[in-house]
Every structure is written in structure tokens, then in C-alpha cells.
Design a protein around this ligand. Structure first.
Ligand SMILES: [Zn+2]
Length: 643
């Protein structure tokens, strides 16, 4: 146990670490981070720390990063005891975790939600507070960019689907609590909370939270209690705001209407519509960015609450080369690009100065691809031009992700094969040119992911045989395992020998057992793969869920998709049993790993037939199926349409 005093308060840290140096290196920072989080929260809430003592316990193999027991926070020891080589990301992660758990002492412990339908609320609060506490201490990080990339793509991934769920969901039975969790709670709710602050103002939100905590101290209160308090502090109709943003699913379609008059703007307006055609209106404040080819830009605030908002001060400004409705990266919705903006971004996006604006452009272009407004080859071409010029590591990772998704999901196999050599060449030279080890690993991961040409397969095999090195990337056992599996699914001549040899290379018995479990899913023999899929009907064979998911990914790899289509219907038919026998995240992961490798109209038809045959499917399970099927249904339209 270590003790320290900060700001007149004694804190104790319990641990089982035997490495004295590791404790001494970290203890001071851990006490300081807790003390500064406490001081910030006391100031923000106007309520002194509400419990008698403030200790923390470092548990060696704790299943969560942290758990907010009042006065005695539990942490996974490794989350706080950092190595000397810890990256800035790890430092930021530790500071955020400490601020999150400390914020829970007020939001979650002092005031607790009455029931699980509001469990999202305390987690969102804790993250919202943690960002306010921690971000100023890391001025070198682009926090707006980090927030955009960490939240929007994942939130849209669910909210654009027919299976989208609201943030706040009724829950009848605690047994189903697990089904509440997902991207809508973890990624959409923080965005919506940031909107709330922009809508009513920072001071009104802080004062309302003070009243809420004071009125319900050491008791239970939920979302409706908070909205009632905040509603009294603003002219906005927060009950209506909460209905569309929190109690219902989905997002608006937002578009910019620009009328020019020679070289100037005659009229600029923003419009919204309800993709579900239910006439809903989403109330949000936006910042329109008007960009010009010479690098100049204008940012104009607009409050979109009706079907249209006119931006009066835009009249008379020079006509822009592009307009982004979510200029600051906070607007939420399907941000439809007007044709001029779309074409400008496809041609010139890499030349835009600000990393955040480039990221906003990418997120919008990806939505345009899914809507069928931008072709996959145009996006892949842009990625090839943008990647060598991209200076921000977060953006590089995001673009590599879009490139590989477009390549496997939205290109027909013959186009994929035709484009592979130039994409491989770009990714291999990018690996060599990357400045840092993490960046080089990201480039190489994408290279390994897309490799299809004979030349690339020869190189991957040489790397696996340790006859060639990857510049800047020291490979670990995990990498050699993935290389062997990737070579097997690509059907290289000696794949059986490679897989057998990789098995021998793995000494750890657990990792070897995992590898052996996956082996039949990679077999070149269709009968072996059939037998493996059949074995999954037995619940005992699904007990190691991460192994099952890895095997399903390989079984349904795009290169095997034609042959694995026969597993789609039986895989879907197992869904209800999977939910009964599996862990809470398993049904969605089962669906995703089953469907993600497919792109054909015949595969889409199998899913649609399943949904038509099963109107009795439990609503939450049906929603998961619709979420997981969204990419396949879009791919079938996009790929078939490109023929
Ligand atoms: Zn939490």
C-alpha cells in the first residue's frame, strides 16, 4: 500500500506489484491525476467529494479497465502502471480512465440511475467530464479529430441501418441488459451529449447538472429528471429534442442548398429531411465551412431546427469551391454532398490544410459511397493519392481502413484483381517510408490485407519464411500466424505445409490450441470446411467465442465467398440458439463475421429470405440482424450496379 497527501486529502493505493521501481515510477503521477480530477469535479459540480475516503485498488487481472466503487475505485493494474516506453496514447488513456472513474463518484455513485434503461447516461457523463478534465493537459493531440474519428464512423455504422436502436431503450428484464450495449451507447450518446451542451450553452448545462446532483444526492434519478431540470433553463424544447435524439433511432439527411449569382453567393441554406419519412426534425447547431481553392475558408454558424435554415450572412460572399455542413465535425446526420463539393473533394481533398477538415471530407465521402453517389473506384483512387500526402497518423489509419473496405466489399472480384498491383505497390512503399513503428505497422497491415498479385504472395511467403524483412516493423508470433493464415486462404501452392509449420512454431499451448481450432476453416478441401461448419452446431464447439469468430472470418473471407454462401442460411438459423448459449456480444459478432465477407445479390437474397421467413424473430435480435446485414445489402446494389 502507498499513501500520499494531495490538497489536504489522504489517498491510499493498494496493489500487489512486486517490482518496486514500477511503483515508484508511476505512483506520483497516479496520485496527481486523481487529485487534479477531484479538484476539477468539485469545482464543476459545486459539491465537495461526497464520500468519507478516496482510495484505489490495483487488481492484477481485473476484467474491466476500472470500476467506480464509492471511495475505493478498482483498476486493472496494467492500466495504471505504465512501462517506461509508454506511448502518448497510453498516457492519455490512463489519464482518461482515472478522470472517468473519479467522475463516477458524482455521476453514478452520489446519484444513481433508477434502472438500466439509463445506464448509458452515467457512462456518457463520465466520458464527457473526462474529456474536459484531461484534454487541456495534452495540447499536442488534435482532440476534435480524435473525437470525430473515435465516434462518428462507428455511430453511423449502426444508425444508418434499418436495425438502428435508440440511445435510451426500455428494458423489462435485467437478463437482457447486455443487448443495450453497442455503438449507439458508446459512440452516438457522447456526440448527442456534446450537442446538448452546444444547444443550451456550457453554463446552463453546468448549472443544471449542479441542481440535478444536489436535488438527488445519495438517491436515484434518471434522464427524465435531468431533462426536466435543464428544460427550465433554456428556451429550447428539450423534451422534443430528447425524443428525436435520445428516445428514437436514426439520423437526419442534411444537405446544403447553394444558389450563386455570378461569382458570389445569392442564397445559402441548409435543409434536413427524415430518411424514415416520418417527418421528424432534428434540432442541432451546425458550423458550415465554405472552402476555397486558394486555401481560404469561412465558417458560418447556423441553427438547424426546422426543415430549412437560411444562412443570411453568406449572401454576397464569394462562391465557395466546397461546402461542408458539419464544418466543426460536430454535426450529426447523413451529410449529403452537393455535386460540386463531391467532385472538388474527390479531386482536391489531399490539398486541404486542416487534418480535421480532411477527416470530415473522408467521413462524408464514405457515406456518399454507401448511398451510391460515389463509386468505389473513385474513392480508392483518392485514397491512393491522399495516403502519401497525409501527415496525420489518425487520418492515415482511417484512410487505410476505407481503402481496404472499399476494395473487398464494394469492388467486383475482377476489378479487385486488376487494381491489386498498384495498391500493393503503394502500401509497400508506404510501409518503408512511414516515420514511426506504429505507422509502418498500419501500412504493412493494409498491404498484407489486400495482397492478391503473384508478386505480393511471393513476398509474403518470403516474409513468413523469414527470408525477407518488413522495413520498420519487427514481426511477432501474432504476425507470423496471420501471415500463414492469409497465405492459406489465398490458396498458395504449399499452404498445407505452411499452416502445419506455423502450428509447430507456436510454443504456448493456449495459442497453439486456438490456431488448431481455426485450421479446418482455412483448409483447401471443401469437405473439411463443411465438417468444421457442421461442428459449430454443437454448443460445446462454440464455447471459445474468439476462436469461433476468427474461424468464421476466414471461412467467409471474400476469396471464399462463393463457396461459403451455403453456410449463410444455416448460420442465420442458429442465431436464436447463439443468443441463448453465448455471451452478450456474441450474436452480433456471429452475424458480422458470417456476413462481412459477402457482396453478391445471391448472398443478399439469402438474408432477405431469412428475415421474411422469420417475422416472429425477437425484435432486438432482428435489429442486430439488420445492423449486420446493412453492408451486404448495400454492396449487392453497388457491385451489381457497376456491371
Ligand atoms: Zn464507467
Amino acid at each position: 500500500m502507498e499513501e500520499a497527501e494531495r490538497g489536504g486529502r489522504r489517498m491510499a493505493m493498494y496493489h500487489r506489484e512486486t517490482d518496486r521501481e514500477r511503483i515508484e515510477r508511476n505512483a506520483g503521477a497516479i496520485f496527481d491525476l486523481h487529485a487534479s480530477a477531484l479538484a476539477w469535479l468539485e469545482e464543476y459540480t459545486g459539491i465537495p467529494f461526497p464520500f468519507e475516503k478516496f482510495d484505489f485498488v490495483l487488481v492484477p487481472a481485473f476484467q474491466y479497465g476500472g470500476m467506480e466503487h464509492p471511495g475505493a475505485i478498482f483498476y486493472r493494474a496494467d492500466s495504471l502502471l505504465l512501462d517506461e516506453s509508454a506511448t502518448q496514447n497510453a498516457q492519455l488513456g490512463r489519464a482518461s480512465l482515472i478522470a472517468h472513474e473519479t467522475a463516477h463518484q458524482w455521476f453514478g455513485d452520489l446519484v444513481t440511475m433508477p434502472w438500466f434503461d439509463d445506464v448509458w447516461m452515467k457512462e456518457t457523463f463520465a466520458n464527457f467530464m473526462a474529456a474536459k478534465i484531461v484534454n487541456p493537459a495534452f495540447p499536442e493531440v488534435d482532440h476534435d479529430l480524435r473525437f470525430l474519428l473515435a465516434h462518428y464512423p462507428a455511430a453511423y455504422g449502426v444508425d444508418r441501418t434499418a436495425g438502428a436502436n435508440p440511445i435510451r431503450q426500455p428494458l423489462d428484464n435485467l437478463n437482457e441488459a447486455g443487448t443495450l450495449y453497442g455503438a449507439i451507447i458508446y459512440q452516438k450518446a457522447p456526440i448527442v451529449f456534446a450537442h446538448l451542451e452546444r444547444l443550451i450553452g456550457e453554463d446552463a448545462l453546468r448549472d443544471g447538472l449542479r441542481e440535478y446532483l444536489g436535488a438527488h444526492a445519495y438517491a436515484n434519478a434518471g434522464w427524465t429528471d435531468l431533462i426536466a431540470i435543464l428544460d427550465a433553463r433554456t428556451t429550447e424544447d428539450l423534451a422534443a429534442w430528447s425524443r428525436t435524439w435520445v428516445e428514437e433511432s436514426g439520423r437526419p439527411r442534411v444537405e446544403v442548398a447553394l444558389e450563386t449569382d455570378g461569382d458570389g453567393i445569392a442564397r445559402l441554406a441548409v435543409r434536413q429531411s427524415d430518411p424514415a419519412e416520418a417527418g421528424r426534425l432534428w434540432n442541432q447547431r451546425l458550423e458550415l465551412r465554405l472552402g476555397y481553392d486558394d486555401g481560404e475558408s469561412n465558417t458560418l454558424a447556423v441553427h438547424l431546427r426546422d426543415a430549412e435554415a437560411v444562412v443570411a450572412e453568406a449572401a454576397g460572399l464569394p462562391a465557395p469551391d466546397y461546402v461542408l455542413a458539419n464544418g466543426a465535425g460536430l454535426g450529426y446526420g447523413l451529410m449529403a454532398l452537393d455535386p460540386r463539393t463531391r467532385d472538388y473533394l474527390l479531386a482536391e481533398l489531399p490539398a486541404i490544410d486542416e487534418p480535421l477538415t480532411r477527416a470530415i471530407g473522408w467521413v462524408s465521402l464514405w457515406e456518399s459511397l454507401l448511398e451510391g453517389d460515389v463509386g468505389p473506384e473513385a474513392l480508392i483512387d483518392l485514397a491512393q493519392r491522399a495516403l502519401p500526402a497525409e501527415t496525420d497518423e489518425q487520418n492515415v489509419s482511417r484512410i487505410l481502413g476505407y481503402l481496404t473496405s472499399a476494395y473487398w466489399r464494394y469492388l467486383a472480384p475482377e476489378r479487385r484483381a486488376a487494381l491489386a498491383p498498384e495498391i500493393e505497390a503503394l502500401l509497400w512503399s508506404g510501409t518503408a517510408a512511414a516515420g514511426s513503428r506504429s505507422l509502418a505497422a498500419a501500412w504493412f497491415g493494409a498491404y498484407r490485407n489486400v495482397a492478391l498479385s503473384a508478386e505480393a504472395l511471393v513476398r509474403l511467403e518470403r516474409i513468413w519464411r523469414e527470408e525477407e524483412e518488413v522495413p520498420g516493423v519487427p514481426l511477432a508470433e501474432r504476425d507470423f500466424t496471420a501471415l500463414a493464415q492469409g497465405l492459406a486462404v489465398r490458396g498458395v501452392a504449399d499452404s498445407a505445409e505452411i499452416v502445419a509449420a506455423q502450428r509447430e512454431r507456436i510454443d504456448n499451448p493456449d495459442r497453439r490450441a486456438a490456431f488448431e481450432f481455426v485450421m479446418p476453416a482455412l483448409s483447401a478441401e471443401p469437405e473439411v470446411r463443411d465438417a468444421f461448419f457442421d461442428s459449430l452446431r454443437e454448443p460445446a464447439n462454440r464455447a471459445r467465442e474468439p476462436w469461433v469468430l476468427t474461424a468464421l472470418r476466414w471461412l467467409h473471407h471474400p476469396l471464399r465467398a462463393r463457396e461459403s454462401e451455403v453456410y449463410l442460411r444455416p448460420g442465420l438459423d442458429l442465431l436464436e440458439e447463439i443468443q441463448r448459449t453465448g455471451d452478450i456480444f456474441f450474436p452480433l459478432s456471429w452475424l458480422q463475421t458470417t456476413l462481412d465477407g459477402h457482396q453478391t445479390a445471391s448472398a443478399a437474397a439469402i438474408v432477405e429470405q431469412y428475415l421474411a421467413d422469420r417475422p416472429d424473430l425477437a425484435p432486438r435480435l432482428r435489429a442486430k440482424a439488420l445492423q449486420a446485414a446493412d453492408g451486404l445489402l448495400r454492396a449487392a446494389r453497388i457491385v451489381e450496379g457497376s456491371h
